[in-house]
Structure formats: C-alpha cells, structure tokens
Design a protein around this ligand. Sequence first.
Ligand code: HEC
Ligand code: HEC
Ligand code: HEC
Ligand code: HEC
Ligand code: HEC
Ligand code: HEC
Length: 331
Amino acid sequence: MVSLSKTTVGIFKDSKICKLIIISCLIFISSFSSINLFAQENSDCMECHTDPSSVDSKVRVDHVTGEVELVSMVVDEEEYHASAHGGEDFYCIDCHADLEDSEGEHYPNLQPVDCVTFCHDDPAATFLEGSHASLMLEKGVQLPTCKYCHTGQKSKMNTPRADNLEHRGDTIEKCGSCHEKYYRSYRNNLHGQVTAMGYVGLDIATCVDCHGQHTILNSTNSESTLGSENAKETCGKCHPGAGASFVKHVAHPGYKDVGYYKSALIALKNIRKDPGEIKGIVKSPQTLLTVLFLAYVGLLVVTFAQFGTHMLLSWLGSILDDRKENKSDHG
Ligand code: HEC
Ligand code: HEC
Ligand code: HEC
Ligand code: HEC
Ligand code: HEC
Ligand code: HEC
C-alpha cells in the first residue's frame, strides 16, 4: 500500500504525466457531453415525430399565401426517406436550423425552412431572375414559392425527386392552374392524352419537358428550349433524330378553342388594314390541323345527316304503308 501511494504521489509530482491524465479525463468527459451537445440526431426528433400520441395536428398559416391549413406533425418516414432530402447525410436540423441547440421538447412555432440562402441560391436565381417570374409579376400574379412546386403528397417537407411520377402529374396541374388555355390544348394533343390516362413516365412529355423548369422563355425566343435549333434537342430526347419539320408538330392544337376562330375572324375583317395577320394564320401549321379537323367533322356531319334522313324517310314510309294497310283491312 505504502509503495503504491508513493508511486501515485510520484506520478502527480511528474507534471508531464499529470497533464496527460487531465487531458485524457477532459476528452473522456467531453465525449459524454458531446452526446448531449449533439442530442439532435434524427432519431431524437423521430422519437416524438413518428409517434401520433406525442405529436398531433396543428393549425398553421402559410406565411406567403396566408392560407390556413391543418398540418399533421407526424413525419411519414417512408415518404421522407424516398424524398430528395431523405438520404443518410441529411439532418433534421440542417433545415430546421432554429432547433440546432435545443434538446428534447422545443418551442412550438419554428421559422419556415429557408430553401434558398444556404443550399439552393442557384436555382432560385435562375427562377427569380428569369423572364417567367418577371412576366408573372408584370401581370400582377403572385410568384409561386419553391415549396409550391416542390411539395410532397403528405408534407411540404418531402421534396419529391424529379422522377417521382405522382409529382410529374402534379406539375402538369400546377402549370395548368395558371395556363388554362394551354392546359386544355395540351390535353387535346397525344402527349397530354397519354398523361391524362395516368401514364406520366419520364418518356412522355409534360409541360416542363418541353418548356424547361426554371428558365422558361417564350418559344419564339431562340434561346428557349423550343427555339428552332434547341427544339430538335428538346424533342430529340424522346424522338431520336427529330428534325426541323418534325418539331413543327402542333403541341397545342387550337381547333377546339373558340379564341382561335375569333382571332381568325378578326384577322379576316382586318385583311385590308393588315394583310400580314391573316398570312401568318394561313401559314401556321395550326391552320392545316384545323382545316383537317373541320373536314373530318364535316364528313361526319354529312354522313350522319344522310343516314338520319334515310332513316327518317323510311320510318315515315313504313307508317304510311301501315295506314294504307289498316284502311284496306277496314274497307
Ligand atoms: C418531445 C417531443 C419532440 C421532440 C423530441 C421533437 N419535437 Fe418537434 N414538435 C413536437 C410537438 C408536440 C410539436 C407541435 C407543436 C405545436 O403543437 O405547436 C412539434 C412541432 C414541430 C415542427 C413544426 C413547428 C411549426 O412551426 O409548426 C417542426 C418543424 C418540428 N417539430 C421539428 C422537430 C425537429 C427537427 C426535431 C429534432 C431536432 C424535433 N422536432 C424534436 C414534439 C417534439
Ligand atoms: C431539406 C429540408 C428538410 C429536412 C432535412 C427536414 N425537414 Fe422538416 N420540414 C421541411 C419543410 C420545408 C417543412 C414545411 C414547413 C416549412 O416550410 O417550414 C417541414 C416541416 C416539418 C414538420 C411540420 C409538419 C409539416 O408537414 O409541415 C415537422 C414535424 C418536421 N418538418 C420534422 C422534421 C424531422 C423530424 C426531420 C428529420 C427526420 C425533418 N423535418 C427534416 C424541410 C425539411
Ligand atoms: C413553377 C414551379 C417551380 C418553382 C416555383 C420552383 N421550381 Fe424548382 N423545379 C421545378 C421543376 C418542374 C423541376 C424539375 C424537377 C422536378 O420536377 O422536381 C425543378 C427542379 C429543381 C431542382 C433540381 C434541379 C436543379 O435545377 O438543380 C432544384 C434544386 C430546384 N428546382 C429548386 C428550386 C428552388 C430553390 C425554388 C425556389 C426559389 C424553386 N425550385 C422554384 C419547378 C419549380
Ligand atoms: C402562378 C401562376 C403561374 C404558374 C404556376 C406558371 N406560370 Fe407560366 N406564366 C404565368 C404568367 C402570368 C405568364 C405571363 C404571360 C401569360 O399571361 O401567359 C407566364 C408565362 C409563361 C410562358 C410564356 C413565356 C414568355 O416569355 O412569353 C410559358 C411558356 C409558361 N409560362 C410556361 C409555364 C410552365 C411550363 C409552368 C409550370 C412549370 C408554368 N408556366 C407555371 C403564370 C404562371
Ligand atoms: C410537346 C411539347 C410541349 C408540351 C408537352 C407543352 N408545350 Fe406548351 N408549347 C409548345 C410549343 C411548341 C409552343 C409554341 C407553339 C404554340 O403556341 O403552339 C408552346 C406554347 C406554349 C405557351 C405560349 C408561350 C410560348 O412560349 O409560345 C404556353 C404558355 C405554354 N405552351 C404552356 C404549356 C403548359 C402549361 C403545358 C402543360 C400543360 C405545355 N405548354 C405543354 C410545346 C409544348
Ligand atoms: C419526355 C419525352 C417526350 C418529349 C420531350 C417529346 N415527346 Fe412527343 N411523344 C412522346 C411519347 C411517349 C409519344 C407517344 C407515342 C409514341 O411513342 O410515338 C409522343 C408522341 C408524339 C407525336 C405523335 C406521333 C408519333 O410519333 O407517334 C408527335 C408528332 C410528337 N410526339 C412530337 C413531339 C415534338 C414536336 C416534341 C418537341 C416539341 C416532342 N414530341 C417532345 C414523348 C415525348
């Protein structure tokens, strides 16, 4: 015992060993406290947020649109893990940054997640500075937010991946909610009919496959995805070898749109003042399509009219015959 205590005293007298011991003790203690400091493992959050008895639904007001919604606080693990941010290297607090230092229970109202500042300033710049966003502002339309277009089925949190088929279908409806006329004509085109039947695979064209995602420009702009040169590439993704004549295909047939006929009539009226206008309409592939459509409808009408007249006459004939027979029976 004596000799042990002597060595102990010896160790403490040796300042190098003493320092070493203190440092190792500090490392040991801090390794415990780091568990506390980083209590915000995803699993800690999930302990409450996957348990419907710990978290409920909550009324929330969207800070942009002012819409009031009832939002469940239960995180759907399956949808979250399938989402664009559901991988191993994402932490809840990467996005819910105001919870970085909190432990366990937290204050109820958090800051809305900021998609742009730390992660996505690039797509944000192309979207916000693009002509699409500025046109919306010009028309007094409120800009859709990132979360409006990139939202999951169960929560805004589950940013769908680009190949999520349900999301591809949703995107058509979202573009269509502001562009009703083009939405309707898209539905009269083969692409839109196939997607309307529920097939929205990556190999069928939705609005964004032709028009682009954030940098949407007018099709007459040569820089746009549908500019005469770029269109070959845009359509060529799915129609290999698409050439200049193929891309003239009418993606938005106007033959069921009253507005199209109105503008043609107005152009006819103004034929003296502005002959260019009617020339433009005549030259457009839209007109050939409309003429074919009208010829087809005309043919149907004539055929059915002939058929109908024939039926009507033979019916009248048989009634007259019946009457004649009845008369001769009585007579
Ligand atoms: C002790 C249980 C518990 C833990 C642990 C917990 N939460 Fe919560 N959380 C709740 C409850 C309860 C609500 C609903 C609060 C309300 O009704 O206002 C909530 C609400 C939220 C909300 C919505 C806030 C809002 O503004 O509407 C977010 C986001 C959230 N939690 C994220 C997290 C994250 C990220 C973690 C981990 C860092 C976490 N929570 C850990 C219980 C918990
Ligand atoms: C990529 C960013 C991101 C990550 C990572 C993330 N969230 Fe969220 N979370 C959001 C967004 C966006 C919302 C929608 C509300 C908002 O805009 O702030 C949200 C909302 C929530 C809500 C409120 C319910 C709802 O549907 O609006 C809860 C609860 C929540 N998150 C918990 C978590 C938990 C737990 C984790 C980790 C497993 C996590 N979040 C990881 C972005 C994220
Ligand atoms: C009008 C709808 C719309 C809005 C608003 C929008 N996006 Fe997108 N974004 C899309 C579409 C469509 C895609 C193609 C992939 C997909 O559908 O998810 C896309 C793709 C992306 C991608 C992946 C491809 C890339 O360019 O890196 C990111 C990241 C992205 N958006 C971030 C944002 C951010 C951040 C905002 C807000 C500033 C935003 N988006 C606003 C429609 C939109
Ligand atoms: C919040 C409403 C809104 C949404 C959502 C929206 N747009 Fe637009 N878009 C507009 C407005 C407003 C204009 C300006 C011209 C107009 O009134 O048509 C416009 C213009 C356009 C143009 C013509 C661009 C030009 O330079 O002339 C195209 C193409 C277009 N949008 C396609 C899309 C596609 C594809 C989507 C879906 C990713 C989409 N839009 C989503 C409101 C919207
Ligand atoms: C197959 C490719 C394709 C698809 C899919 C498509 N468009 Fe178009 N879109 C075009 C072409 C080509 C034009 C130009 C000629 C025209 O107006 O028909 C155009 C024109 C437009 C315009 C007028 C402005 C401009 O750039 O000329 C808008 C707005 C528009 N489309 C919106 C949409 C919306 C919304 C959807 C989905 C509901 C959609 N488009 C789907 C190819 C497409
Ligand atoms: C994302 C893929 C995709 C893109 C982009 C796309 N299409 Fe298509 N398109 C299809 C599919 C799928 C069909 C359906 C039947 C088929 O395979 O021919 C189709 C059918 C057609 C048809 C009907 C005739 C045919 O070949 O069966 C035409 C014409 C056409 N597309 C033109 C275009 C033009 C022009 C563009 C560019 C403005 C374009 N498409 C862009 C996928 C696409």
